[in-house]
Design a protein around this ligand. Sequence first.
Ligand SMILES: Cc1ncc(COP(=O)(O)O)c(C=O)c1O
Length: 432
Amino acid sequence: MNDATRPLWRKVLPDFPRVRYTVHAGANHWAEWAAALPALALPYRPAQAVREFEARAARACGCRNAIAFGAGRMALHAILEAMDIGPGDEIVVPGFTCTVVPNAMVYRGIRPVYADIDPVTFNVDPACVERAVTPRTRALYVQHTFGVTADVDALREIARRHGLRVIEDLAHSLGASAGGRAHGSLGDAGFFSTDRTKVVNTHLGGCAVTDDDALAARLARAQLLAPDPGPLVARRMVASFLADVACRAPGAFWIGRPMLGALRRAGVLFTWSDETWNALPPGYPYPCRLLPALAAVGISQMDRLERNLRHRRAIARWLEERIGWYGARLAGRFDEQAWLRYSFLVRDPEAFEARFGARIDLGRWFPHNLFGRPVDTRAVGYEPGCCPVAERTARHVVNFPTHERVPAGFLAGLWDRHGDWLLGQRLAAGPG
Ligand SMILES: Cc1ncc(COP(=O)(O)O)c(C=O)c1O
C-alpha cells in the first residue's frame, strides 16, 4: 500500500497495534518512572543524589573519584581542562566516534588527529595511532566502541613511550572490564555517559572518573563552577525522561511515537543539541551539572547494573552464536564486555531496516563516522577519506539492541523467519 492509498488512521498511527522495540530508554523500569514523577515540580531534589550517584559510579569503574556533569561530552571537556590540554595541543582520536567528542576538543582549541579503526572491533587500530602521534600530541583517546574493549595494552604502551596521557571513553561500556580491571580505571581519567541510548539511562548525564587525586580535585572545582541547567530546562529534562520511558514501552510505541512527536513540537522535550556546533553552544551552559532528579534515577540504574549487563551479554552471545561477527577476537573475553549493542556490517543497511524496522529499531547508529555530523567534518579537523575503514564501517553498520526490554524469545522468532536472509547480508570484516 503506498502513502496515498493508506487510510488516515494508518497514517496517524503507522505502528498500530504492533509491539516495537526501540533502542532508547531500554534500561529503565516503572518504579524509576514513578519515583521521578514528583521531580517535574522539584527537579533539584533530592540534593544528596548526585553524591550518592558518584559513589556508585566510582565503585563501578574501580576508581577513587567520580565527578558528575550534565553529559558525557561535558565530563570530557572538564577532563581536558583539568589536564591543561588546550590551544595548539593534539589528541589522537578514533576516526569512528560521536562528533561531540572532537567537538569538546575543538571548543578548547585542541586539534583532534584521527586514527583509523579495526574492522572487527570498531575500536581504534594501535598501528594507526602510532602513525598519528606528533610532537604536539598530549593524549590518546581510548574509546570502547559499542561496549567492546579497545586494545588497551597496545595503546597504553604507545602512550608510555611518547609520554602521553590516556583518556578513556567508556560512554558505551560502563560495567565492562579488561583482564579483571574495570573500564574507567585503565587510563589517567575516563568518563561515561548516561544518556538514553547508553548502558544506563538518566535521559541526559555523564560522569568523569579517575584515580588521580590531583586531577579529581580540579574536576571537582570545574563541577563547582559549572551552573545548573536552569529551572525550565531542568523540568523539560525530567519531562523528557518520563515521556521517553513511557512512550517507548514496546507495547505502547504505536501511540507513544505520535505522542513524542506532539510533545517535541510543543517544545516540552529537551536534549543537548551541539552536534554541529564548532564553538561552545549558546543555548545552555556547557559544562553544566548533573540534575539531582536525574542522578536519583542514576542511583537506581547503578544498583541494577549487574542485572542489566547480564541481559545484554545473554542477547549478544545469542546473536554471536548465529552471526559470529566477533569470532576468535573475543575468545574468553566475551562476558567482560558491556555489549551496549551487537553490531556488524551488512551489504545494504536500508534493506535491513526495511525488513526488520517495523518490529525492531535496528538503530542505524553511527551511519556517519563522526556520528551526528554528516557534513562539515573539516570543522573538527577530519579530512574525508583519511580513515577509510571507519568510513566503510559507517556505510554498512547495523546494531541490534541488547537492553532488557528486548526479550531473547523475540529475537528467536525473528531469526526463524529471517535468519538465512540476514546471514546472506552479512559482509566480511575485511576491506572492500
Ligand atoms: C563514543 C561516545 N563518546 C561520547 C559520547 C558523549 O556522551 P553524551 O551524549 O552524554 O555527551 C557519546 C554519545 O553518544 C558517544 O557515542
